[in-house]
Design a protein around this ligand. Sequence first.
Ligand code: FES
Length: 114
Amino acid sequence: MMIGEWLDIGPVSQISPGNARTLPVVGGEEIAVFHTLDNRFYALVNRCPHKAGPLSQGIVHGSVVTCPLHNWNISLKTGEAMGDDEGCVPTIPLKVDAGRIYLLREAVLGKKAA
Ligand code: FES
């Protein structure tokens, strides 16, 4: 993995706590960036592992998002479905530095369709 290959996607203030925004990826899958109520940030591919629901429109609680379609709970840390549900959505490494959000470029671009 290359060090320092981070994409600046803008200030943390663009996402209020408990919300998410989406980030289109040319030639790849849309990414959802979440801001939790305890002020953490996570990024996942915006596609529920169940039936591809838009996780960005789900309810954020703790470090979990509840899918808006059928209420699966997805861990924002691991992308895995919780409880009895099974499935996993790719997570995108994210860091916050000096009030800006960065995503690992390789992980974003690596989501391109083959
Ligand atoms: S599509 Fe997310 S729970 Fe069914």
